[in-house]
Design a protein around this ligand. Structure first.
Ligand code: PEP
Ligand code: MG
Length: 557
C-alpha cells in the first residue's frame, strides 16, 4: 500500500524510481594494540599518503564541479591535510603506537570537539573535520568511502543529510531526486540541489525508514514522497517531467508586465553559463564566495580581474555586485571574528566595514575599475543593512568612487519595515528572503528541525516584502528578490503580485519560473499574493497558491 511522507519541497520536479540510500557511515575503528617502534614510521607515512589522496580526490571533484559546489569542495579539501589534524594523528602513532586509522579517528574527534566548543563559525568546520576523517580512515582501511552510491540504473537518493562534499559531486543523470530527513530549505543541500536542477524534498519525517530499493515517487514542488506508488501515479509522474528547459525571451506576465529574470552567481566561472542560460543579467553576485577560506584580504588587482570576468559576460546588461557578505555561515577570517556567541546576529555583512572600512573601500574601488573597463550596467549592493545611516554611508562611499547605482539588501525586518526611508537614500533594493525569513521567524536557516518555520511562504515574511515594496514604490525605486524564494515557480508569481520588479535565482530555475509567470496575468499574480497573505499558515499559503496555478500540475513543478 502506498504511504505518503511529507517534508519541505525545495527543488521542484516529479520523479519516480527506486531508492538508494547513502553508504553507511564509516565505522569507528577498534582501538589498536601498540605498534612496535619499528612499524611506526611506516604508519605515519600511511597517514600522510591517505590524507593527501583524500585531498586530491576532493580537488578532482572540485575541478569537475563548478560554482558554489567547486568552492565548497575546495574548502573541504584543505581540511584533509590540515596540519593540526595530521600532526596530532602522527604524534599519537609515534608516541603511543596507535594504528594509523585509530590515530586519525581520535585526533579528528578531539579537533572536532575543540571546534564545537569554540562555537560560531568554527563549530561549522567540525562537519568538515568529521567528513575528511571518514574519508581518510576509509582509505587507510580499504573500505568504501562515504559518498553517493554508484548504481547501474538512475535512482532517488535517500539520506539523513548530505555533506556539502557529497552534494557537490552529484550527477543529475544518475540521481533523479533527493530525499533527506534532515536539512533545511536554505541549507547547502537545498541550494545545490536547486542549482543542479534535481528535485529535492528535505526535512521529511519518516525518510529514515525508507529501505534501499523501495519504489518512490517524489514531488519536489509539493514536498511529498509516495512510497510504493501505484502504476497510475508513476505514469502520471513520468508524463509530467517535460517542464520547459529553456528561457524564451525576457521575463513577463501573460499580459506583458515586465519582470526581469536575473541570475545568482557565486564566482566568475558561473557568469558565462548564466548568460548562456538566457539570464537578463545578474541580480546577485555573491562576492564572498570568491574569497572563502582566505586569511588575508584580496588585493584590488585580484578583485578587478574577478569582477571583470563577470561583467564581460553581460555586455550592456545589468549586473548587481554584492559587497562581501562575510559572517555566520560564510566566515572570511580577514574580517570576521570567530568567537561571537551568535554569529548570525553579529558583525556580519556591511557591519564588518565599521572596523575595517578599507576592505569595503578597496572592494568598491575594484568594482569601479572593472565597471570602467566593461560595458555592463553595474549596480552595487550592500548586505545586511539595518538603518538609514548605514545605507547613507554606503551610498556616499559609492558616490565618492563614481558608482551611481548603490542599493541595499532587505534581509533584516527593520529594513523591510522602514524601506520607505531607506529607499530615499538607496537607488534600489533586493530582498534576501533567506535571511529575512531567518530573522522574521527567529529560526536558524541551517537547522532542519526548524524547517517548518524557515520558509518564505510564511505569511509574515510575505507581509514584510509587501511593506518593503510599498515603501520603495513611494520613491519609484525598484525592489527585486534574490533569495531562494525567487526560484520557486509557485512563489515567484506571488512575489510579482506583491510588487517585486525582478527575480534573481540560480540559472537552472530560470526556465521554469519564466514559463509559469508567462501563464498568469499581473492581476492574477496580485490575487495570488492576496490569497497567500490571507492564509493562516505557510503550509496553507503554499497549498492554496499551488492549486490556483494550473501550469505547475501540467509541468510537474
Ligand atoms: C538571502 O539572505 O536571501 C540572500 C540572498 O543572501 P545569502 O543567501 O547569501 O545570505
Ligand atoms: Mg543573506
Amino acid at each position: 500500500m502506498t504511504t505518503v511522507l511529507r517534508g519541505v519541497g525545495v527543488s521542484p520536479g516529479r520523479r519516480a524510481a527506486p531508492a538508494a540510500r547513502m553508504a553507511p557511515a564509516v565505522a569507528e575503528p577498534a582501538p589498536s594494540e601498540a605498534l612496535p617502534e619499528s612499524e611506526r614510521e611506516a604508519a605515519v607515512e600511511a597517514i600522510t599518503a591517505a590524507s593527501h589522496q583524500v585531498r586530491e580526490d576532493l580537488l578532482a571533484a572540485a575541478a569537475s564541479a563548478s560554482g558554489t559546489a567547486s568552492e565548497i569542495l575546495t574548502v573541504t579539501s584543505t581540511m584533509a591535510t590540515d596540519p593540526s589534524l595530521i600532526r596530532a594523528a602522527e604524534k599519537r602513532v609515534r608516541d603511543d603506537g596507535d594504528s594509523p586509522e585509530w590515530a586519525v579517528w581520535q585526533a579528528a574527534d578531539a579537533l572536532a570537539e575543540q571546534l564545537l566548543a569554540l562555537g560560531g563559525n568554527l563549530a561549522e568546520r567540525a562537519t568538515d573535520v568529521r567528513d575528511v576523517r571518514a574519508r581518510i580512515v576509509a582509505r587507510l582501511t580499504g573500505v568504501a568511502g562515504p559518498g553517493v552510491p554508484v548504481r547501474d540504473e538512475p535512482y532517488i537518493l535517500v539520506a539523513h543529510d548530505l555533506a556539502p562534499a557529497d552534494t557537490a559531486t552529484l550527477d543529475a543523470d544518475a540521481v533523479l531526486a533527493i530525499v533527506t530527513s534532515g536539512g533545511g530549505p536554505t541549507s547547502h543541500t537545498s541550494i545545490l540541489a536547486r542549482s543542479l536542477g534535481i528535485p529535492c524534498v528535505v526535512a521529511v519525517s519518516g525518510a529514515d525508514d525508507i529501505a534501499d530499493g523501495d519504489l518512490l515517487a517524489v514531488d519536489g514542488g509539493a514536498g511529498e514522497i509516495h512510497v510504493a506508488p501505484d502504476d497510475a501515479l508513476v505514469e502520471r509522474f513520468a508524463a509530467a517531467i517535460e517542464a520547459p528547459s529553456e528561457l524564451t525571451g525576457p521575463g513577463a506576465t501573460k499580459d506583458s508586465h515586465r519582470v526581469a529574470l536575473l541570475a545568482n552567481i557565486g564566482d566568475p566561472a558561473g557568469a558565462a553559463p548564466a548568460a548562456e542560460a538566457g539570464a537578463e543579467g545578474v541580480g546577485l553576485f555573491r562576492t564572498e564566495f570568491c574569497f572563502l577560506g582566505r586569511d588575508t584580504a584580496p588585493s584590488i588587482e585580484e578583485q578587478v580581474s574577478q569582477y571583470t570576468t563577470v561583467l564581460e559576460a553581460f555586455p550592456g546588461k545589468k549586473v548587481v555586485i554584492r559587497t562581501l557578505d562575510a559572517g555566520a555561515d560564510k566566515p572570511l577570517p580577514f574580517v570576521t571574528a570567530d568567537d561571537e556567541p551568535n554569529p548570525a546576529l553579529g558583525v556580519r555583512g556591511l557591519r564588518t566595514s565599521w572596523e575595517r572600512p578599507e576592505v569595503l573601500e578597496d572592494q568598491l574601488n575594484a568594482i569601479a575599475q572593472a565597471a570602467a573597463a566593461t560595458s555592463a550596467d553595474v549596480h552595487v549592493m550592500a548586505p545586511m543593512v539595518a538603518t538609514v545611516a548605514e545605507a547613507q554611508s554606503f551610498v556616499d562611499t559609492c558616490a565618492s568612487l563614481g558608482i551611481e547605482q548603490a542599493g541595499i539588501m532587505i534581509e533584516i525586518p527593520a529594513a523591510a519595515l522602514r524601506a520607505r526611508d531607506l529607499l530615499k537614500v538607496a537607488t534600489f533594493a533586493s530582498v534576501g528572503t533567506n535571511d529575512l525569513t531567518q530573522y522574521a521567524l527567529a529560526a536558524d536557516r541551517e537547522l532542519a528541525s526548524l524547517a517548518e518555520l524557515s520558509t518564505p511562504w510564511q505569511p509574515a515574511v510575505l507581509d514584510l516584502i509587501a511593506v518593503a515594496c510599498e515603501g520603495a514604490a513611494g520613491h519609484d525605486r525598484p525592489v527585486g528578490v534574490c533569495g531562494e524564494a525567487a526560484a520557486d515557480p509557485a512563489l515567484a508569481p506571488v512575489l510579482v503580485g506583491l510588487g517585486v520588479a525582478s527575480l534573481s535565482m540560480t540559472a537552472r530555475s530560470l526556465p521554469a519560473v519564466g514559463a509559469v509567470l508567462a501563464t498568469l496575468t499581473w492581476d492574477e499574480c496580485r490575487a495570488l499574493a492576496e490569497v497567500a497573505r490571507e492564509a493562516p499558515s505557510a503550509h496553507e499559503a503554499r497549498a492554496r497558491v499551488r492549486e490556483r496555478i494550473p501550469a505547475l500540475e501540467e509541468w510537474g513543478l
